[in-house]
Design a protein around this ligand. Sequence first.
Ligand code: ATP
Ligand code: MG
Length: 450
Amino acid sequence: MDAMKVLVVDDEPALREVLSMRIESWGYRVAMAAHVAEAQRRIRLDRPDIVISDVVMPEVSGLELLKMLKVEDPAACVILVTAHGSIDAAVDAMKEGAQDFLTKPLDYTKLHALLEATAAEVRRRGELEKLETELDGEGRLGLLIGRSQPMRSLYDTIGLLAASDASALITGESGTGKELVARMIHETSSRASGPFVAINSAAIPEGLMESEMFGHERGAFTGAVRSRSGCFEQANEGTLFLDEITEMPASLQPKLLRILEDGRVRRLGGSRETAFDVRVLAATNRPPANAVADGVLREDLFYRLNVFELHVPPLRERAEDIHLLAQYFVREFRAKHDAKIAGIRDEARELLESYSWPGNVRELRNVMERAVILARSEWIEPTHLPPFLRGDGPKSTAVTVPLGTSAAEAEKALILRTFEHVGYNKSETARRLGVDVKTVRSKLRSYGVS
Ligand SMILES: Nc1ncnc2c1ncn2[C@@H]1O[C@H](COP(=O)(O)OP(=O)(O)OP(=O)(O)O)[C@@H](O)[C@H]1O
Ligand SMILES: [Mg+2]
């Protein structure tokens, strides 16, 4: 890390020298100025991070310097030094936005602590600025945020797919952003002006699935009072996203395959086949090879969909994206909740970065919304994060919940830690906790974990 630059402004040569030497001995780079005009020249040349200035100087005072600097850059960090007992000067200094003020004779221990705190603030703002720049440029592809190597190669693959009409299978754990990836493939492709239709096999009752997919004519079955188009027709000239493909009923899979091969679909109860022009993307949070081996995904359908495979890695394998994503969600939710949060304090950031995120980006998003609502200050602190992020080291096999934690939060901490400890296996989690797997499933879902 580069040393912070400090500018010392004092008209008294001896004081200036002594002060500079002290500050240098603490590891800062120091420049000096004997009056305000010289200080302004130095500031333009050296761009110091922190300015320490005497208040009482001939011609222009330190307070004037402070005012001028704040006009140019409201984030400028200025510490004023006033003669002992001059309360008015101190009050003025704070009102004009000084970082702090110190009285003469200088207490060096105090000055050192103040400089360290100010330096930390300067670093935090620098980091925030970098994040914001990245969020506006390199660190994203449309709505997809991330600057890690795996995300960059994902962006490259999406770029390649933009020029083709090939099918793709998007794999990855729950909450990693598979649907968002599908949307970005659609939006960067030549079909972007066409529809994006998503159909989730896990969310639609088996009896309705066929009609959702292929559509039906009036009277095709009891209750079919009107004819209706299926998702292939709806997605015509656009993209059809088949979410949770391994949950598609086995009886429908051969039918789906045939339709994909033919490029024509016939509504239930209909006699006419309609041609469609659709690009198909599919997603699953099960490793597809296992799904094929387990017989829940037909091998021929798998090959038809898996022309390209895009794997979205779990968040714990791209920890370098966590801060950027968290800052992105801060932006999103401070707008929504009209909050004043600027960013995340280092201690909170460390907690976010060392947690394993079994629910991936979806869970991080939930955690950040809660933090933005709870935080009343400018920075998100560890106390604004849920208890299950705090307290436990990654290798600890204990769950620590502070007194005052609600039963619901404690239960959540226990379930999440167990889930993580057994390698994200729901049935094993249920066995260890002595509850049935349905309970674990619904709890995890309510936490936004799967
Ligand atoms: N890289 C990312 N940048 C920004 N937001 C993201 C990213 N990845 C995921 N999200 C957000 O996280 C949430 C979950 O993403 P998404 O629904 O795409 O996940 P998924 O992989 O389809 O999950 P599931 O398997 O449970 O359906 C969404 O709110 C999405 O906007
Ligand atoms: Mg999804």
